[in-house]
Design a protein around this ligand. Structure first.
Ligand SMILES: Nc1ncnc2c1ncn2[C@@H]1O[C@H](COP(=O)(O)OP(=O)(O)OP(=O)(O)O)[C@@H](O)[C@H]1O
Length: 437
């Protein structure tokens, strides 16, 4: 269930000031299920030159797509291999014999052909490199123009027991949700994109995929799901084994893109949760059983360049999707979940996946080291309405406080306030270098 009201979620125009207020203080419409996939990409803000890029961008993108279709690295590699096979290893000896001269002429001709093909290959490789660079630049320009923070809304289908009441009926289009808040009153909520209840995991991922490519290009990227408890955050981020969500799809694409590129990458995987305002490493075995004793505590450190590091956080080197999947399974088993009135396996914490990547032989990347965060936030909820008591109440309060701090940070970044209140929660401290400069 999700609550939504004019005070709860406010959005202005994206280009300059998109404002997201994550504070859950609105009226309750029990029969709607929403979640927000908030995406952020640490990219430069627009400058005065962006107008031209914007106008020419569609043409550039479609021409690059056509041109680049055949020039894949694997194609170039296989042709280079054939040429290598064809290339004579020893210089041809000049033959005196007349008959042998015919063969010699043939050899000379084929050598010339091979040399020509080799030249073409060198020029094609250079072209491919140039096109790849242009394509990346266009993509990142495109993402910059779209704005460094984007908000999508996915409306989940109702379960069998639920039905829409006429009072709270909603309508939607590509980027707006219109909620009937009274008999004659509609409230409009604007998003970068709205996914209706029939949308698939693939539909959602297609909007997220460009950010994964930006991560390969060296940008810090942060993708997170926000919404009321039971509204489908975990379903969207993690998915089901037969219908994978954003996290597994993103990791698969990350490895695919890295293997297609000409650079070598080092990936590490970390997984932690923020529970009741404390950081917990989800890859440290025995975390739950030993009551969290003897586990090194995690401390958030800022390096001189403003980069954030989490001291003592385990970072495991990973080489492929299967290795990440196994570690993700380990971490998920340690995550704090509980049954609430709104969701039988409700997440009582924020779960953060971090993929750090390093590549030293790719000077065109924005940074040699960067991070991709994928975050399943704890469910926001109206504690009075959910009748939470005791531990559940404390957990709910902690989640709401940190979501509120996240909302304040996003607001300050979007409205370019001189002070961004990162220090108000562990969540915003950890994400500091991935949410803003
Ligand atoms: N788009 C969807 N299609 C089908 N089922 C969905 C969809 N979204 C969510 N569900 C189902 O709704 C239930 C609640 O979803 P989920 O656990 O993802 O919610 P949540 O927002 O992560 O909740 P919490 O904040 O309490 O952890 C699950 O049974 C899930 O399978």
């Amino acid at each position: 269930m999700f609550e939504i009201s004019p005070h709860q979620v406010s959005f202005a125009s994206l280009t300059s000031t998109k404002y997201l207020n994550l504070v859950p203080n609105g009226r309750h419409h029990r029969d709607h299920q929403y979640w927000f996939l908030v995406t952020a990409c640490l990219a430069p803000y627009m400058d005065g030159q962006s107008g031209k890029t914007m106008r020419t961008l569609p043409d550039t993108l479609s021409s690059l797509k056509e041109f680049n279709k055949y020039l894949t690295p694997s194609w170039i590699e296989s042709v280079s291999h054939i040429i290598k096979e064809l290339t004579p290893t020893k210089p041809q000896k000049v033959m005196e014999d007349k008959g042998q001269n015919i063969f010699e002429r043939d050899d000379v001709e084929s050598d010339t052909k091979v040399a020509r093909i080799q030249d073409e290959m060198v020029s094609l490789s250079a072209q491919l490199k140039e096109i790849t660079l242009q394509k990346r630049e266009s993509l990142n320009n495109y993402l910059d123009l779209k704005g460094s923070i984007r908000v999508f809304c996915r409306i989940r289908p109702l379960s069998h027991e639920q039905s829409y009441s006429s009072r709270t009926m909603f309508t939607l289009d590509e980027s707006n949700v219109f909620l009937r808040v009274a008999e004659t009153k509609r409230k409009q909520y604007k998003f970068d994109k709205v996914f209706d209840p029939s949308s698939t995991q693939g539909d959602v991922f297609s909007e997220v995929e460009p950010l994964i490519k930006s991560a390969i290009d060296g940008y810090n990227v942060c993708i997170f799901a926000y919404g009321q408890t039971g509204s489908g955050k975990t379903y969207t981020m993690e998915g089901k084994p037969t219908d994978l969500g954003v996290i597994p799809r993103g990791i698969q694409v990350l490895f695919d893109r890295a293997s297609e590129s000409n650079s070598r990458f080092l990936f590490t995987f970390s997984m932690l949760e923020i529970y009741m305002g404390n950081l917990r490493d989800l890859l440290v075995p025995g975390n739950k059983t030993n009551g969290f004793k003897n586990v090194p505590s995690l401390a958030i450190k800022t390096d001189p360049d403003g980069g954030i590091e989490i001291e003592n956080l385990v970072a495991v080197t990973v080489n492929n999707f299967q290795e990440v999947k196994r570690l993700y399974g380990v971490g998920t088993r340690l995550r704090s979940t509980a049954s609430t009135m709104a969701n039988s396996t409700s997440s009582r914490s924020h779960c953060l996946i971090r993929i750090s990547m390093t590549s030293f032989d790719a000077p065109e990347r924005k940074k040699a080291r960067n991070k991709l965060w994928m975050i399943d936030l704890g469910g926001s909820e109206r504690l009075v309405k959910t009748k939470a008591t005791g531990k559940r109440l404390k957990e709910g309060k902690a989640i709401n406080l940190s979501l509120s701090a996240l909302g304040d940070v996003i607001d300050a970044l979007q409205t370019k306030k001189p002070h961004v209140p990162y220090r108000n929660s562990k969540l915003t401290q950890v994400l500091r270098d991935s949410l803003g400069k």
